[in-house]
Design a protein around this ligand. Structure first.
Ligand code: FES
Length: 103
């Protein structure tokens, strides 16, 4: 499936991401600006903060409590569409999802 990352400077990155990969892993492997993934995906660092619009959110599973708590410490301001990239696993259904990396 294709996932579109909007980098903080406005550049658009279209990535072909294998099913089962997290958004954080995909971003780190492809050098997407602004996604660090410091804790390696354990929901402990919030350096994988992404913003998802309403339509996108409706396609994602709801946040877990730990994701919700960690978002309080995220890099950049928290928004209603804030999610942790490491907690979102790419599935075929997410094809075409667009996420924005906060600047
Ligand atoms: Fe650390 Fe997502 S990579 S919380």
């Amino acid at each position: 499936p294709k996932i579109i990352f909007m980098e903080p400077d406005g550049s658009r990155r279209d990535l072909e991401v294998p099913v089962g990969t997290s958004l954080m892993q995909a971003a780190v492997q492809n050098g997407v600006e602004g996604i660090v993934g410091e804790c390696g995906g354990s929901c402990m660092c919030a350096t994988c903060h992404v913003l998802v619009d309403e339509a996108g959110l409706a396609r994602l599973p709801p946040k877990s409590d730990s994701e919700d708590e960690m978002l309080e410490f995220s890099v950049g301001e928290r928004h209603p569409g804030s999610r942790l990239g490491c907690q979102i696993t790419v599935t075929a259904e997410l094809d075409g999802l667009t996420v924005r990396v906060p600047g």
